[in-house]
Each structure stands twice: as C-alpha cells, then as structure tokens.
Design a protein around this ligand. Structure first.
Ligand SMILES: [Zn+2]
Length: 135
C-alpha cells in the first residue's frame, strides 16, 4: 500500500544513482556501477521506469536478461572473476545485480567489521567498465 503524498521515486536508490556511476544506457535500461558494492565490479541493471518485476513486459524481461548476459561477458573480460552471482530485487524497483566473485572474497574484515576493502571505487570501475561495455 502506498501512502498518499509520498513521492516514492525520490526515495528510491535505483532512481537516484548518480551519472558518475553510469556504465551504459540501452533500450529502456540503465547499467550502473553499484554505489555500495559487494565486490569490485559490482554492476546493477535497472529499468528507467520505477517499476517492479511484475510490471515489466515479457519483452522487457528478455532485454534485461540480454543485458545481464552482456554484463557477464564484460566482467569476465575485465576482471576474470572465479564466478558471478546474479541477484534480483523484485520490488519496488526491479534491479538485476551482477557481482563478480573470487575464491575467499568473504574476508575476516567483512565478518568482524562489516566492511570490505575494494581496490577501486565505484566511480573508478564505472569508468573502466564504460570503456569495456562500448568496445
Ligand atoms: Zn525507482
């Protein structure tokens, strides 16, 4: 249920990712470096419209998965991870997270301090992935 008078779009993290994190714009979707990355290279793919998973058309779902597949190729070529995780946020704004994984990447620092050292900032890796995405 939505509360009348509340502008949900202004509260939505996916509607408010900065242009400095932009990797690519394709069809009705935007590809960003995530501002709170789990790992270096963490990408999020979101529709420009503030919609949930069930509000995407089948055609949009297909296009989203094509972008997820492109993200896999770009991340594999750029970072050579041991694996990739795909995470899906369904509501209120559907978002496909693509996270490179390396063996042992959950360190004691994460466990004890809930923090994780990452070699590049999201702005730095957005620039690197923007180039890789376009090539
Ligand atoms: Zn949104």
């Amino acid at each position: 249920m939505k509360i009348p008078g509340v502008e949900y779009r202004t509260l939505c993290r996916y509607c408010n990712l900065g242009s400095e994190l932009l990797i690519a714009e394709e069809d009705d979707f935007t590809v960003y470096a995530y501002d709170e990355p789990f790992n270096n290279g963490h990408i999020v793919i979101v529709p420009r419209r503030h919609v949930s998973l069930s509000e995407l058309s089948v055609n949009e779902l297909y296009r989203a998965l094509r972008l997820v597949r492109k993200a896999e190729a770009v991340l594999r070529n750029t970072y050579h991870p041991h694996g990739l995780n795909i995470g899906l946020v369904a509501y209120p704004h559907v978002a496909f997270h693509v996270v490179p994984r390396w063996g042992g990447d959950v360190s004691f620092i994460k466990v004890f301090f809930n923090a994780k050292p990452i070699p590049e900032t999201p702005i730095q890796y957005a620039e690197r992935l923007r180039k890789a995405w376009g090539s």
